[in-house]
Write a protein that binds this ligand. Sequence first.
Ligand code: DP6
Length: 343
Amino acid sequence: MRPAIFWASDYNFKKVLIKMTHSTSTSVACANIAFIKYWGNRDNALRLPVNGSISMNLDGLFARTTVAFNSSKSDSLLINDYAVTGKGLDRVSSILDLVRGMANIQEKAEVKSENNFPAGAGIASSAAAFGALALAASAAAGLNLSEAELSRLARRGSGSAARSIPAGFVEWQMGKDEEDSYAFSIAQADHWALMDCIAVVSSAHKKTGSTEGHAIASTSPLQNARVEDTLRRLEICRRAILDKDFESFANIIELDSDMMHAVMMTSNPPLMYWQNATVGIFHAVREWRGRGLPVAYTVDAGANVHVICPSDYAKEVEEKLRELPGVINVLVAGAGGGARVIG
Ligand code: DP6
C-alpha cells in the first residue's frame, strides 16, 4: 500500500496544477428577453421561482467577464471600468463563494465585467452579467460544470441569468427543488429568425429593481391567478416557437407581459414601470398587427418596449418605432447563442 504521504502530495500537486492552469478565465453571455416572464420567488435566497419562464438570448448584446483568482485579501469588482463595492460586490462574492466551495479553494478574485449595450436600455444586464460570471468563475477555478450546473449557479446571482447559459430559445423550469431549477434550450438560435427591436423610451435607472419586485409579487391579489395559469401559457408559447406560429406567439407574449405588469401595478407598494410612450407603443403595435404586420410587444421591469417580429420585417418595424413619440433609440437583436469561454 502506498504511504498516506504520497496521496497527500499527489493531492497538493493537483491543486497547484489547477491553480496554475485555470486561475484566470474570460467568458461572454448574452442578455435575454423573456416571452413568458419570471416574477416572484418561492425562495428569495435561492432564487427559486414561483413559475417557469421562456426567453430568447439576444445576439450581440452581451457581457464579457474576466475572473482572476489571486492572492488579494478581498474580492474586487470593476463594471465598465467603475469600481463597485457594497451590495453589488456582495452579490458577486456570493457566487464566487459558491464556486470556491465547489472547487475547494480559498483564493479571492478580481472580477472585471463589461456590457456592450447601453445601461438603462431596458435590457436585463444582470442576466448577461451573472451568466458570464458563473462561467468565467467556474472555469477560472478549474471546474468543468455541465450546462445545467452552470445555469443553476447563474440563477443564484440573478434568476433570469439561468436562461443566459443555454443557446437560442430557452426554458427555465421552476423545478421541484434547488437542484432541479435550471434552464435548457428548447430550440437553437437559428430555428426561427425572430428579431427584438428594443424601443428605448427612458434611460433613467429604474427606482425599484427586480429583486425588490419579486419580493412583493405575492402581495398582489392577481399573482395567484397569474401563477396558476402559467403552465397553459408556457405550453402555448413553447408550441408557438416550435411551430414558428407567429400569431399564437404574439397573443401569448402580450398576454403574459400584461399579466405580469398587472401584478406589478397591484402589488403593495404598487410598481408602475410604464411611461406614456410605453403605452403609445402598445397601441401602435396592436394597430400594425391589425393591419397585417407581424409584430408583438413585451416589457420587462422597465419602461422600454421589446417589439418582436420576424427578421424580414425588422427594418420596417425599426423605422416605424423611431417615428413614434418618446422613442429615443431602437436597438435590434436576433436570437443569440449560449454562454461561452473566450479566454
Ligand atoms: C421582469 O432576473 O432581474 O425581467 O433574480 O432579482 O436578479 P433577480 O431578478 P431578474 O428578474 C427578471 C424579471 C423580468 C422577467 C424575466 O426576465 O423573466
